[in-house]
Design a protein around this ligand. Sequence first.
Ligand SMILES: *Cc1c(COP(=O)(O)O)cnc(C)c1O
Length: 232
Amino acid sequence: MAVNKEKYHQLIQTFGHKTRLVAVSKFRTTDEIMEFYRLGHRDFGENYVQEMIEKHLLLPKDIRWHFIGHLQSNKVKFIAPFVHLVESVDSVKLLMEINRQAKKIDRVIDCLLQVHIAVEEAKFGLHEEELDELIEGLTAAEKIHELNNIRIVGLMGMASFTADEQRLRAEFKQLAALYDKYSPLQTANIRFKTLSMGMSADYAIAIEEGSNMVRIGSLLFGDRPAKGGKKI
Ligand SMILES: *Cc1c(COP(=O)(O)O)cnc(C)c1O
């Protein structure tokens, strides 16, 4: 399947320096990824630990790998040495494990907290109250000293799978409001600069509502092959 370079150039041009593009490469081959790499692209997003490890092994080491899928604590150790940004942190437990693994190898790992903004229950992420609790807990003095190897740099969210623009907009607004609420809070390891929202179908609305990082797969790589049919 041919990748859409024209679309890539068009997106990069419209985004300028204001919006970062993460090319979501789940189920895509290393050859497909290399097509964008050769155009100068470095930020790629993956949903599965095993797949990201394999691609990291095979591909140039200056690729910035964003982990955007559901991350289990017991798998953190496999990606800790090279992951650029974990966009999908949804529990204190996971955060502590990322910190523990990062400490072992003397790294500081940037993380986004994933917030549940969609009405669909199936999507992952912290509910608003849980986000508040987590951030309160982290700002408590002892915790800050404990967690020297992670840095929370913002929020990530996925809107509902719907064509209803009003609804999408409302969900992005909700996330942007939370981002604005916590942006003034600057501690040793909380410093917001990234609001990751928007995918192929809804990125334009997300950007209008304040997103500065979009995660785009199918617009760049074409329709996604079915899970299981993947060839790396
Ligand atoms: C797959 C995925 C994307 C990209 O979706 P497209 O609709 O192909 O752009 C973005 N974010 C997350 C979290 C994903 O799982």
